[in-house]
Design a protein around this ligand. Sequence first.
Ligand SMILES: *[C@@H]1O[C@H](CO)[C@@H](O)[C@H](O)[C@H]1NC(C)=O
Ligand SMILES: *[C@@H]1O[C@H](CO)[C@@H](O)[C@H](O)[C@H]1NC(C)=O
Length: 300
Amino acid sequence: MKPARRPLLGALAAAALLSFLLILDPPGGLLVLFPSSLVRSSPYAHRPKLLFLLAGQSNMAGRGALPASLPPPYATHPRILRLSAARRWVAASPPLHADIDTHKTCGLGPAMPFAHRVLSSVSADSAPSSVSDPGAASDDDPLVLGLVPCAVGGTRIWMWARGQPLYEAAVVRTRAAVADGGGTLGAVLWFQGESDTIEMDDARSYGGKMERLVADLRADLGLPNLLVIQVGLASGEGNYTDIVREAQKNINLPNVILVDAMGLPLRDDQLHLSTEAQLQLGDMLAQAYLEFNSSRERRL
Ligand SMILES: *[C@@H]1O[C@H](CO)[C@@H](O)[C@H](O)[C@H]1NC(C)=O
Ligand SMILES: *[C@@H]1O[C@H](CO)[C@@H](O)[C@H](O)[C@H]1NC(C)=O
């Protein structure tokens, strides 16, 4: 008998269980452990997915008003999944950040229309005769999209620096999404900077901090060519929006592209994109992604 060892073994077992819970795509058995999380997991949960990290602040999390009946690009689709806060793959349905950006009421963002557009482009390519039913893939290996929401409203870019909780959570969630054949990361969709327009120092240091963030993410995810699609600010909380927009345009790194939201309709607060604007932005982001993907293939 070596009773002194038992606390250590107990701690090891607890740590093993915890890392299992944190790292693995939890099996259905967890419903027994956490009866409150009765979210339906998807039949595509264990398929390799094309993954997109959604990061930034409120306009990525989504503040577009929820209309009585959702526009079709916000409809759930069996092959559009979302990594929940508990790191389960569930059918994506808006608001995608409801369990991530928990301090504010989330609305509609750009990621659902983005995902629908990417999915339909591939379905249209592979089955041009079935345009009437683009979602029905007869392939053995249909494209499955996995959205990894990480955006939090009101955040400044320094809060996304390596070592800060938001950055570390985004890395951990993305690693969990990729692990065990979970899929490949297609791009980071980044919509942030409105809060960095209040203080001159924040605005002036935005470009350097963004370049650092991209470099750190690429290093920590082991993806040196990772595509980052920034959304050019449509609004700001302060007077230095132009400085941040200039910084966004001048990011001096390969595979960082800009989709400009300036001019899209805003809500009455003059800060948040309307639902109509988010629909357009989702489409613009998808076009940018698809163009990048096809030009990359041409270069290979
Ligand atoms: C922007 O500038 C105006 C005019 O100088 C000033 O009154 C206002 O407080 C400024 N806004 C912020 C958020 O600093
Ligand atoms: C990316 O490009 C490749 C090669 O052209 C194509 O097979 C694939 O379907 C594209 N992916 C998407 C999501 O469009």
